[in-house]
Design a protein around this ligand. Structure first.
Ligand code: B1M
Length: 231
């Protein structure tokens, strides 16, 4: 049964069918499926197929947009369920999150923010297409512990560096940890630009954020919650 529903979820993304994606997400929650399992085993594999088809020229931009819409519809159901898991927990740290300037991809970044929230972090999501100055200003305003910068394009990942430069210019680089991620980003790139850490997916981002907080303040992060597969 779960495998069937996961493959239907995947198909709903490939077909760009938001109503079906919503229906399946609600059905899965009602049946007791962990929201993160639905995301990781159903919807995300669908997005990956879409990306591969687009790269091969078998899918075009409007189709990809419809798929993104279906993913958003599923997340609108699953997001609150994930966040409920983190309600009333002590704050693990303050995170300012966003996608770099020139880049409007934000599904993965939203997922990272949701999982961080579910694990007790206080997340301020600036959205997509965010300049280094905006990241720095928000981090300063909130005395953020971590700045998280996502980039999905090879042309915009260099703007992760401009965020670090903006933090340096505003004099707060030493007080905040910077984590980077996104499909084209690598550990090596993170090191090259002077970020404090790289995470390949949303679950690793939670582990990394905890590690960065430990480096800042010593261990104080609550135990993992949610699906058994979270960490
Ligand atoms: Co675009 N796009 N897209 N796209 N898109 C990609 C990224 C692409 C790989 C597709 C392809 O060619 N195969 C390609 C980039 C090529 C490259 O540069 N290497 C591409 C392109 C070319 C483009 C346009 C240029 C197309 C065009 O206009 N000709 C254009 C760019 C617009 C712009 O930004 N200026 C464009 C537009 C779009 C849509 C608007 C249609 C839509 C985005 C909708 C939205 O987000 N609001 C879209 C989509 C949906 C995709 C694909 C299909 C899916 C992205 C996604 O949501 N994945 C993508 C192909 C792919 O990635 N397979 C593609 C699901 C998500 C859960 O995964 O985002 O990787 P991901 O996030 C993961 C990890 O990367 C990580 O954790 C997440 C969860 O596990 N992670 C972090 C992400 N951020 C992190 C931050 C962290 C830590 C981990 O710490 C801070």
């Amino acid at each position: 049964m779960p495998d069937d529903i996961f493959s239907l979820m995947r198909d709903s993304i490939i077909a760009g069918a938001p109503d079906t994606a919503t229906y399946l997400a609600r059905k899965a929650i009602a049946a007791g499926t962990a929201p993160l399992d639905a995301i990781n085993n159903g919807y995300v594999p669908g997005m990956h197929d879409v990306g591969e088809q687009f790269a091969r020229g078998q899918m075009f931009l409007p189709d990809m947009m419809a798929s993104a819409e279906a993913m958003r519809a599923a997340m609108a159901v699953l997001d609150p369920e994930l966040k409920k898991l983190g309600a009333d927990r002590p704050t693990s740290g303050v995170v300012v999150l966003g996608t770099t300037k020139g880049d409007i991809h934000e599904i993965g970044k939203i997922l990272v923010g949701t999982l961080l929230t579910a694990h007790g972090f206080q997340v301020h999501d600036l959205g997509a297409d965010i300049s280094g100055e905006k990241f720095a200003a928000k981090a300063q305003e909130l005395s953020a512990d971590i700045v998280g910068v996502s980039a999905l394009l090879t042309t915009t990942m260099r703007n992760q560096k401009t965020v670090i430069e903006a933090l340096e210019r505003s004099g707060i680089r030493a007080q905040v940890k910077v984590m980077v991620g996104g499909a084209p980003v690598t550990r090596r790139w993170a090191e090259e630009i002077g970020a404090d850490g790289y995470a390949k997916d949303a679950m690793s981002a939670v582990a990394l954020a905890r590690e960065l907080m430990n480096q800042k303040t010593g261990p104080r992060t609550p135990e993992p919650i949610g699906s058994g597969k979270v960490v």
